[in-house]
Design a protein around this ligand. Structure first.
Ligand code: SF4
Length: 409
């Protein structure tokens, strides 16, 4: 099961000091946090009950009001238009603490969810009541949004652990260009005002999002693309001014449906990488006790490309994605259970399509069908740059190979 020597991680994959200030090592974007789940994940064994995922993603809708150049959900937005109904979302919210019930190897319950897309989650009017219900059920929530629709759902968002606003630009011109927005809509201004208002609201009401905790709060998200690298410092300055807890940079990647298609591959030149390094060095000067700068590179190779150094995908047993149902004929309260947020819309990664009863999840999770999906995944040739690369490496290296002799602490 050991990875080939040529596949071993290179030094470029080791978290470099440039990713964050030395004193900020214990932060939400440090993949070493996954090691805290080794005891859960070592229960992932064929023929045995599988622990519930600690975190799942829920996509309330595949619709979006933006047209991002790099959209990793363009496939579902085009081919799988649809949303989860309010009833479906409430059923899911109430099921989360029961995921894994009856399983004797691990206590039941998903512990956190990421509300994302698909499309823009706040386009679904049921998303705010869904967030309220999930939090009332004792499950933590993080939300990824484009920031344009925050205002009406401010209170629900203020109870989340984090809200990541995908701004990806430091100026209105770049935002409009990269996201196909009409300049007269002044969307950049709307997003900036929404963030500032949300931060202020959460602080004044002493809600979780506004707490002094260094890792909770609003994150200014910035996907690196060829046209926005020069604005990194400007964006970080703005993020700090409007009260974001951090700014998080990450390179955009090629989508699963474009793997092997050289025309639609996202590539960075040496000049892009050089510019990124210069900008991030300068931006780290803004890092202090109130504001954190995270330039994440340890998940990628030195060209910001795929770094999938593992042989099999075990991440499909660690997390899941609940998505809108497929096709017009589906029951209106149905949902689809997917296993990989990097391959949204790929039927090969769906454990259940158009499910109507949330309790079916407990029958499917860890089933023979689940293992068949794992067996059929062709990482090389099918998978894009894997978000769960550290999860998979830890399963193979730490759990299967015991490369760290992890019991010897
Ligand atoms: S991208 Fe591939 S390897 Fe990564 S989690 Fe998805 S299916 Fe697994």
């Amino acid at each position: 099961m050991a990875a080939n020597e040529k596949d071993q991680p290179t030094s470029s994959q080791v978290p470099s000091p440039q990713e964050w200030a030395a004193s900020k090592r214990w932060n939400p974007f440090n993949s070493y946090k996954l090691l805290s789940h080794v005891h859960r994940w070592r229960q992932i064994r064929r023929g045995k009950p599988i622990p519930p995922p600690v975190l799942i993603t829920v996509d309330p809708t595949n619709a979006c009001n933006f047209g991002c150049a790099w959209c990793n959900a363009a496939f579902v937005r085009t081919h799988r238009k649809g949303s989860l109904s309010e009833q479906a979302l409430m059923n899911i919210a109430d099921f989360l603490p029961r995921w894994g019930e009856g399983n004797t190897v691990w206590k039941p319950g998903v512990e956190a969810i990421c509300v994302a897309g698909g499309g823009e989650p706040l386009l679904n009017p049921a998303t705010a009541p869904f967030i309220d219900r999930v939090i009332a059920n004792g499950v933590e929530v993080g939300v990824v949004t484009n920031g344009s629709l925050i205002y009406p759902v401010m209170d629900s968002l203020s109870h989340c652990t984090w809200v990541g606003v995908s701004v990806d630009a430091g100026t209105p011109e770049t935002l409009n260009k990269l996201k196909e927005l009409k300049p007269e809509l002044n969307t950049f201004e709307t997003i900036v005002n929404n963030i500032a208002t949300l931060v202020d609201y959460a602080r004044r009401h002493n809600h979780r999002l506004g707490s002094k905790h260094p890792a909770y709060g609003v994150s200014y998200k910035y996907l690196l693309y060829k046209d926005n690298i020069g604005e990194i410092y400007q964006a970080a300055k703005l993020a700090k001014e409007i009260g974001c807890k951090n700014i998080h940079f990450r390179p955009a990647g090629t989508t699963w449906d474009n793997v092997g298609n050289s025309t639609n591959t996202i590539k960075f030149t040496q000049e892009d990488i050089q510019l990124f390094n210069e900008q991030i060095s300068k931006t780290l000067e803004l890092d202090d006790e109130t504001f954190n700068v995270y330039g994440i590179t340890h998940k990628f190779n030195s060209q910001f490309d795929a770094s999938n150094h593992f042989q099999k995908c075990y991440a499909v047993f660690m997390t899941a994605v609940i998505m809108p149902p497929l096709g017009k004929a589906a029951d209106k309260d149905a949902f689809t259970l997917g296993l990989c947020c990097d391959r949204r819309g790929d039927a090969k990664l769906e454990l259940g399509s158009n499910l109507t009863d949330v309790n079916q999840i407990n029958r499917l999770w860890g089933s023979e069908d689940h293992w068949k999906i794992h067996d059929r995944i062709k990482i090389r040739g099918e998978c894009p740059r894997c978000t769960y690369q550290p999860h998979n490496e830890i399963y193979e290296q730490v759990i299967l190979n015991d490369s760290m002799t992890y019991k010897f602490i």
